[in-house]
Write a protein that binds this ligand. Structure first.
Ligand SMILES: *Cc1c(COP(=O)(O)O)cnc(C)c1O
Length: 418
């Protein structure tokens, strides 16, 4: 794994004096971070935020995302106390799946109920630094909820583009009440992202999708938290992290967290967890690329799944995420909607309420354990990305039916006795 894992981190940067800079992931070309709005390099490739000083565990202090301020590009300005999410034990599920240990990192416990808050506390802070006026994103729902909340917090105008009819009720309610202007687009998420990228290029708004490299810096802290907490409790880092994949921003962000820690010497290469991505079978272009050993992901024009948060056919962060899956010895797997719902029920039965996309991680782990890809000796962390209440319709459909009873005790007893 060593070559990929350290790619770019050996060379002394030209912009090191600045402390923070943007770098093209393909050509290595560097740009000053806050002088102009820029989402891609001159070569048209993705950008990555780079730092002169890389993090070690010792220098982290405080709670939540901003505990990791030393490895973030801006100061804490727009915060609603995001991060510091639980790493739950689920003994029954651990037993059933049959691994050395299993923990659930529940990102649904963030302020707006998804990990997107971690990206927005940083991304909206950068927007303030750049002095932009209007923030925008395309979203399958959670990004819009988070952007609306953080934009509102910062007192900035927010615009969100959603695929009409394909966003869960809780998420639209949040975007709406937090004060975003909501455009319902005839088309899927990928179409929304195409449009919002055009708007951003024309200077109409500052783009806060995960194409924006600053957002991934905030999401990188999921990786730091998992590693720190896991080591505190088990005296060792996890062997594998399993996560749902939509645009593959989190996959890219976790990989970046690992690379920074390896480059600083805080983590050895053999300790890097295997990044394991899970997609819904109806929207699985990353899985296809991993299975076929391809370097590029082919866009799926038609996508369908109950897990609307990962109903994405063109994962924009694939060029960052695919190398991460490969370099860490991980893999990617597709699961059916039924397997997702089963996993959602199992998690809920043990007290952890997640939305369908989140349950994909557990469904994927089940499948990979059954086919022997994941060994019984592994310590695994599954990421659950969003809260159950985000998608009340999916929860109600997966749960039990309420029963009608009369309004007196006798009648209720009679009903119970049936
Ligand atoms: C955004 C989102 C995802 C997809 O994450 P990526 O970083 O785009 O791969 C998965 N689950 C939920 C609940 C989300 O909101």
């Amino acid at each position: 794994m060593s070559l990929d894992l350290m790619a770019g981190y050996e060379e002394p940067p030209d912009l090191a004096d600045e402390g923070v800079w943007l770098e093209c992931i393909e050509t290595g070309e560097q740009y000053a971070p806050f002088e102009e709005v820029r989402y891609r390099s001159d070569a048209g490739a993705l950008l990555e935020v780079r730092y002169a000083d890389l993090p070690t565990f010792e220098e982290f202090e405080g709670e939540g995302v901003w505990r990791y301020r030393e490895s973030l590009p801006v100061e804490q300005e727009v915060t609603i106390d995001e991060g510091a999410t639980p790493l739950y034990e689920l003994p029954r599920l651990e037993d059933e799946i049959g691994v050395q240990s299993l923990r659930i990192k529940h990102e649904g416990m963030n302020p707006t109920g998804s990990f997107k808050d971690r990206g927005m506390t940083v991304g909206v802070g950068v927007a303030g630094e750049l002095g932009v006026e209007r923030l925008a994103c395309a979203s399958t729902g959670n990004t819009s909820a988070a952007l609306a909340a953080y934009g509102g917090r910062a007192g900035m105008e927010t615009l969100v583009l959603l695929p009409a009819g394909k966003v869960a009720a809780g998420k639209i309610a949040q975007a709406s009440l937090h004060g975003a202007r909501i455009l319902e687009v005839e088309g899927n998420f990928d179409t929304c992202l195409d449009i919002v990228q055009d708007l951003a290029e024309q200077g109409e708004a500052y783009l806060l999708n995960s194409l924006n490299p600053f957002r991934l810096e905030g999401q990188k802290t999921i990786g730091f938290e998992i590693l720190e907490r896991h080591r505190n409790e088990y005296d060792t880092f996890p062997d594998r992290i399993v996560l749902p994949v939509g645009n593959a921003g989190n996959t890219a962000a976790l990989y970046k967290a690992f690379r920074e820690l390896v480059a600083s010497g805080a983590l050895s290469e053999s300790e890097v967890p295997k990044l394991t991505g899970v997609q819904a079978a109806g929207a699985a272009p990353m899985v296809e690329a991993v299975e076929k050993g391809k370097d590029e992901v082919e866009r799926w024009e038609e996508v369908e799944t109950r897990a609307t948060a990962i109903r994405i056919g063109n994962p924009v962060n694939a060029p960052k995420a695919l190398p991460g899956i490969r370099a860490t010895g991980g893999t990617a797997v597709a699961v059916s909607d039924e397997q997702i719902t089963d996993a959602q029920r199992t998690l809920a039965g043990e007290g952890v309420g997640v939305e369908p996309a989140s349950a994909a991680s557990v469904a994927g782990l089940r499948k990979l354990r059954e086919d022997g890809t994941v060994g019984s000796d592994e310590r695994v962390v599954c990421l659950t990305t969003g809260h159950l209440l985000k998608d009340p319709d999916a929860a109600a459909a997966a749960g039990v039916e309420p029963e009608s009873v009369p309004g007196e005790t006798e009648g209720v007893l009679e009903h119970l006795g049936e």
